[in-house]
Design a protein around this ligand. Structure first.
Ligand SMILES: CCCCCCC/C=C/C(=O)SCCNC(=O)CCNC(=O)[C@H](O)C(C)(C)COP(=O)(O)OP(=O)(O)OC[C@H]1O[C@@H](n2cnc3c(N)ncnc32)[C@H](O)[C@@H]1OP(=O)(O)O
Length: 274
């Protein structure tokens, strides 16, 4: 068991920081490609020049056939966080000067929907990575937490900011100040995850959701994602105005016309992302 986590989070020998290994899956609508799933296995190491996750997001975003992305983990962990053994001796100037967290923001800037399929531990940076995604689906074995306080530090990639927006102040404070973990059902109760499924159903269920999204108009999906995300950044009135502008804009697309025509003509829509 320990070996699995070691493999996930401590596999290389660089003295800098690594994040637990994740698999990143991108796929296109089954309607446009023979096989709807393309799997990429990434071993991202924070502090290295390489940026597997960011590079993959860039690639997926440019590929017009890809409609949604899934990020999942391997074995017992989704991501157990940054490698504590590698962080142990870093100095302020190394972490501040190196801007070592900044490239992870690429996930939040992706215009296509990103789904976290949380199979096991999502702790520290792992919980933050899940919260950077648009939808979190959890296996019944998943555990969430921000244990940084137990290490003498605080969350550094959105834990104090995103958690409060999904679970509310009291639970966010409790998790961040105690470092306690919550299981998948508690996470569902507090609104951190959209659902909990048996471990062996996690990927099939996530794929089902992702395929449904990928089958919609990609241009309209991007508008919808942007509108929902703005709710975290704008006042209600600003958000309502923003939403209305995008709603009006959807009438400039072929896909809006196709969607409504298909409904009236009692046939499935044929979206062309135009
Ligand atoms: C997305 C943006 C990311 C940017 C980074 C943002 C900043 C992030 C900071 C952090 O993430 S700080 C780290 C937060 N995570 C933790 O504190 C989790 C620490 N791990 C644990 O609490 C436990 O290991 C566990 C995951 C609950 C599992 O416990 P269990 O008893 O089942 O196994 P262990 O024997 O403890 O672990 C096995 C093996 O794995 C090593 N390990 C686990 N997690 C880490 C880690 N995060 N870093 C380094 N090593 C880790 C653990 O030490 C064991 O190794 P050995 O002792 O066997 O050598």
């Amino acid at each position: 068991m320990a070996g699995i986590l070691r493999k996930l989070s401590c596999s290389a020998s660089t003295p800098l920081i690594s994040l637990a290994r994740v698999n990143l899956k991108g796929f296109a609508s089954a309607a446009t490609q023979g096989s709807p799933v393309r799997e990429y296995v990434l071993t991202e190491r924070i502090g290295e020049k390489k940026n597997d996750l960011g590079d993959a997001v860039n690639e997926f975003e440019l590929d017009p056939n890809i409609g949604a992305l899934i990020i999942t983990g391997e074995g017992r962990a989704f991501a157990a966080g940054a490698d504590i053994k590698e962080m142990q001796n870093l100095s302020f100037s190394q972490v501040f000067g190196g801007g070592f967290l900044s490239h992870w923001l690429r996930v939040t800037q992706c215009r296509k929907p990103v789904i976290a399929a949380v199979n096991g531990f999502a702790l520290g940076g792992g919980c933050e990575l899940a919260m950077m995604c648009d939808i979190i689906l959890a296996s019944d074995k998943a555990k969430f937490g921000q244990p940084e306080i137990l290490l003498g530090t605080i969350p550094g990639a959105g834990g104090t900011q995103r958690l409060i927006r999904s679970v509310g102040k009291s639970k966010a404070m409790e998790l961040c100040l105690t470092g306690n973990q919550i299981d998948a059902y508690e996470a569902e109760k507090y609104g951190l995850v959209s659902g909990v499924v048996p471990a062996d159903q996690l990927l099939p269920k996530t794929l089902e959701i992702a395929e449904k999204i990928a089958a919609q108009s990609k241009i309209i999906v991007a508008m919808c994602k942007e509108a929902v995300n703005k709710a975290n950044e704008m006042t209600l009135q600003e958000g309502l105005n923003f939403e209305r502008r995008l709603f009006h804009s959807s009438f400039a697309t072929e896909d809006r016309k196709e969607g409504m025509s298909a409904f009236v003509e009692k046939r499935p829509p044929n979206f062309e992302d135009k």
